[in-house]
Design a protein around this ligand. Sequence first.
Ligand code: ARG
Length: 470
Amino acid sequence: MKTPKKKTPLDKKNRETWSGRFEEPVSKLVQRYTASVGFDQRLAEYDIQGSSAHAQMLAASGIINAKDLAKIEKGLRQIRKEIVNGTFDWLLELEDVHLNIEKRLTTLVGDAGKRLHTARSRNDQIATDVRLYMRASIDNIIQLITAMQLSILDLAEENVNTVMPGLTHLQIAQPISFGHHLMAYFEMLKRDKDRLSDCRKRVNILPLGAAALAGTSYPINRKMVAKELGFDDICKNSLDAVSDRDFAIEFCACSALVMTHLSRLSEELILWMSPLFGFIQLDDRFCTGSSIMPQKKNPDVPELVRGKTGRVNGNLIALLTLMKAQPLAYNKDNQEDKEPLFDTVDTLSETLRIYADMLKGVHVDIDAMRSAAMRGYSTATDLADYLTKKGVPFRDSHETVAKAVRAAEKKGCDLSEFTLSELQKFSQLIEKDIFSILTLDGSMKSRNHTGGTAPSQVRKAIKSARKDLS
Ligand code: ARG
């Protein structure tokens, strides 16, 4: 025979929201397993904003009276204060941020607090909270990207005339301006911001009013709530409103791309800082030493950015997987969207913050970059172009120059170190003017069109980028 379990006061509290339906409390283990308050309390401010807008609408629509509204507003203000001061008592037994706040409200203002949840469900409530949180996060991240772009512009500006070897296949390809190289990242980040702004449009739509899944029989005014909370529109289907998290997935995809770009830059900083390259130094505050090898200075921060990109990519996959097999409408699975989402926001924000600062501490060894560019026959294409401009079909010029490079390799010199008569052995069309073309600066200057590496073009690009940001 089953002996009915004695209910403890806590169990009773836990059951209050739906106690009538249940005969026994959840076990402690299940309570811990199902609770989200440990992490969703970070949504508290948005939950309060959403509740306040909802209550105002309920009052304006005659669903609650003005007195109740006043009490709810007062109670919510008090709760906000308690949360900010750190005196709010978050209870695991109350499962999530919504029930914790609602319970406290009821303690503070009595029945008015109990009326707040009229015409609303936690399903549309959480969807609203997450969207408000994401909107604020996106706005903040866009600002952080802009700050990093400004650091890129400063470093690029200092290095418009700094020659470095441009690489393909990590092999020396053509001389480029280091400023030009950096501006490539500016462009990537610009697209990242565009993507985030576009994602924001789909984030900024109000789900509230969808209630549990089907809408509500109360005469609500969703447009009023949307306006109060700064949403651009309202969700057009109640099932969709409570169940899909595509906007969060999209945000994680945008974030994964930002991190991927930062990871590539990190990879480059790491390579450049290796004594094997010796192109840059990073300020000590971004590096650590080795406990065993006294000579080491390790680029820990860029390495961690590269590493953390893995976890942000992982968060995207987590959310996609979370969503893929859910039938409509809301399922508790969706509670699992928070931690990957929060982790993405935190990781990306911190990374951007640190990067904006770190780029200010990049010190360039101009001579090391230049001599690396000298080593790999990086002006070979210029010699081929020179011949082609004199009428030789490009494929033939290519072949001629390939032979010249082989000869230079044998001799252990650069193409520019051949004498004129040595060069003329490869082609009679070569004249004295070739020497200005075979220099690194000459090569760089000749790529003089929008998007090219000529310093004058890089300067233009930087100028227009600055204008873009202002
Ligand atoms: N904590 C829940 C979440 O994050 C809130 C919604 C719960 N709704 C429900 N019907 N259990 O998704």
